[in-house]
Design a protein around this ligand. Sequence first.
Ligand code: ADP
Length: 592
Amino acid sequence: MKLRARGKLFVASVAVVALVVLVTGMVAERELRAWLLSHLQDDLERQLDAACIAVVRAQPSGAGPADLLADELGAALQARVTLIRLDGTVAGDSRLTLTELPAASNHADRTEVQEALRAGRGHDQRRSATVDEEMMYAARSIEGDQVRVVRVALPITVVEQASARLRMLVVLAGLVGLGVAVAMSSAASQVMTRTLRELVAHARSLSALAAGGAAEGADGPGADEIVGLRGTLEQLAAELDRSVAALAEERGRLGAVLEAMKEGVVALDRDGQVKLVNPAARRLLAIEGDPAGNSLLALVRAPTLADLVTAASAGEVATGEVATSGGAGRTLAASAAPTRGAGGVVLVLHDVTEVRRLERMRRDFVANVSHELRTPAAVIRANAETLLLGAIDDHARARSFVEAIDRNAERLARILADLLDLARIESGALRLEPVDVALGPLCDKVRTALQDRARARDQRIVVEADQAAIAHGDPSALEQVLVNLLDNALKYTPPGGTIVVRAQQTDAGWRLEVHDDGPGIEPHHWPRLFERFYRVDAGRSREAGGTGLGLAIVKHLVEAQGGHVGVGAAPGRGSLFWVELPRAGAAKTAPS
Ligand code: ADP
């Protein structure tokens, strides 16, 4: 039969009370007996000493006086007094009459008598054969003619009576204790049962919630609450295990997402200290080492970031652009949002450096194009207006106006053609078809095409090309690259100058070089020389018919074929423009 918690509590408390009463009773009785016996013995010794004094004084001779003395002493001391001769025969006994004396057994074999004769004093405790009672004996030997041992004995019934009384009291106390224990255990068990039931119900509903279901009610009466609680707690632990595993998996997934994200994510606690930072955020904010626990604003000095964090701490979602100063100096689109409940802030950072650069380039480009087109358009308009206003009838002047219109229209056409070329290359509309191109013949062809212009300015074009050099590229694109570079060299080299075109092999492929012995270009212009409309000397460029787009076209055409361009100082004086092209077969496919 299964006991409910109340039953168990009741049985346990009764058992405890019974055990306590039993042990206490036994110990108390033993101690009491020992204490009483030791007192009895002390009394017996004192009475024996008194009896001995009396017997030594009296020195009774013959059975009559000795027995009488024993009777008197027995009455006075309220004890049994026995006077024994050396041979063990009884000379007098307070419990025996004179006539009974001869029948009394010889006392020489009594333990206390033997000890008294041997050592002066002797003791024993036993049931008396003579008076049939449990007695305590004390004997002492004395000097005398007749009586040699005096013995005093007291019944120990008083000890037995006291023990019995104590036992009764203990049993009584035990019964009262049991009654109290039963009452208290029943009250306690009622309280405990109620608490346990509430606990079980609570734990079950928790467990059901952890399992994702609806909360359950507790079992009806009859369930063993403790067993129920244990079962429910085990179930709860299993649910918790599952929840922890699910959370760990979720955390792992989140970690993988954060690792792989291109956007930077930083989580701050309510004090603005970094709790989490993903690799992208480290890179974007140029954070080195482990920033956890440090203040973000101490790690990254960007006032806008501080404003965003402050706004998000106040509960707003704030967005803005942050310019970082450390490292490469980036522009980041940042969004700061408060974390629900925790009082922290989550920052999401998006690198918009390139987007902003492109936007700036586009704005500059539009401004540059407008600027480039405005002058020839204005010149054309002014000349046309002058013609319309009457100059058309003045043949000599009209011609110069028309020539100016023609020159500027041509200039406009050149700019537009170059812009169109650039747009086509950039958009991929210009289809490049890379094939193996022999660089020697290509250089010769371009030289031949520009030879007349060179001769007109008394300039020399020297080709130093390895006739076996084969590059992988689009022949027309490569031709245009070479034409643009040679055209510049002719334009910016004074009359009588020499231009060297060289094609040589390198580790990665082939390199084309165009040297001139012109004025050269200051190194601080080199990084921007290939930008659209960038000119070292705008006036000179326009005068020479330049559009400011020639080198930009060269760069785009070469890069579209997987090559690189560069500028430097030619040995001696002048400029050196170079183009590196990949070896045949190693080129990237040109974008379509
Ligand atoms: P442009 O049409 O003005 O020549 P480019 O893009 O071809 O435009 O060249 C850009 C600028 O680079 C030129 O304006 C010129 O100042 C400079 N430049 C190009 N080639 C040379 C060269 N061989 N010697 C000196 N300056 C040069």
